[in-house]
Design a protein around this ligand. Sequence first.
Ligand code: HEC
Ligand code: HEC
Ligand code: HEC
Ligand code: HEC
Length: 157
Amino acid sequence: MHVLRPLYVVLALAVIMLIARSFWVPNDFGTHEQGYTYGWYRQSNVEEWKNFTVKYRGKEFCGTCHAGQAQKLASAHHKDIECENCHGPALFHPADPLKLVLDRSRELCLRCHTSLFYPTSQRSQIKGINPDQHNLGLECTLCHKPHEASKPGRRNR
Ligand code: HEC
Ligand code: HEC
Ligand code: HEC
Ligand code: HEC
């Protein structure tokens, strides 16, 4: 008989887990109309994401007020970079925040321009510099204009 004891323990655990599950798993968790296309999900989560506030607004929005910057950027090396990649999410700007940050730190640029030792990804196709040698201690924006970053216009200040 004692060989059955482990079996009772396992059965008891299974029952406890089923009871616990009925408390923890939300009622609308399942496969829903789409069957197994999207696997298992909580249906109310769809509405939650629809109501999620999008913090990034995109270049076109910025250009409606900052036409000068948008125009310059469009014909520069940074044309594919979103304004908010450097200035942070606009959210309800210009109402709140009134202004976006002007980050002149070397770190902002080095995120993309530090040359990589192992050039395997497309990230390494961006022109890189060695941050320990390239004009150490000086802000990049002293010599490179972020909106006009281009080959001939390096020392454009
Ligand atoms: C409805 C008009 C409007 C839109 C759209 C807008 N801005 Fe602004 N922005 C302003 C105003 C007004 C100011 C504050 C006055 C100023 O310094 O030019 C400002 C300030 C800024 C500043 C600070 C400038 C400084 O000198 O300190 C930055 C950076 C900026 N905006 C970036 C952006 C970006 C990036 C976007 C798009 C995501 C954007 N703005 C969209 C109107 C706008
Ligand atoms: C590669 C990073 C980068 C991108 C992309 C970028 N900015 Fe800037 N921006 C900066 C930096 C850094 C400064 C501060 C420059 C300085 O003071 O020398 C700045 C300055 C500004 C200013 C203050 C006034 C001026 O022209 O110096 C505004 C407004 C602004 N940016 C808006 C924009 C808008 C709008 C876009 C997109 C069309 C954009 N920026 C794209 C990095 C960027
Ligand atoms: C989000 C990534 C990103 C950030 C941040 C960024 N850059 Fe760039 N930068 C690029 C890409 C992409 C190019 C175009 C590809 C190329 O020419 O290397 C470029 C091109 C350039 C060039 C032209 C290189 C050449 O061909 O001679 C300069 C100079 C430059 N960036 C300076 C800066 C400075 C200064 C900052 C900070 C204010 C900065 N970048 C921030 C991605 C970035
Ligand atoms: C004192 C001025 C000065 C400062 C500060 C400066 N640069 Fe440069 N940068 C230059 C000059 C001049 C060149 C072109 C000659 C060369 O390739 O070294 C250049 C070239 C570049 C290039 C192109 C490299 C290539 O292979 O063609 C990139 C990218 C760059 N700088 C990014 C940066 C970044 C990022 C910073 C800040 C961490 C920075 N620079 C700070 C003057 C400066």
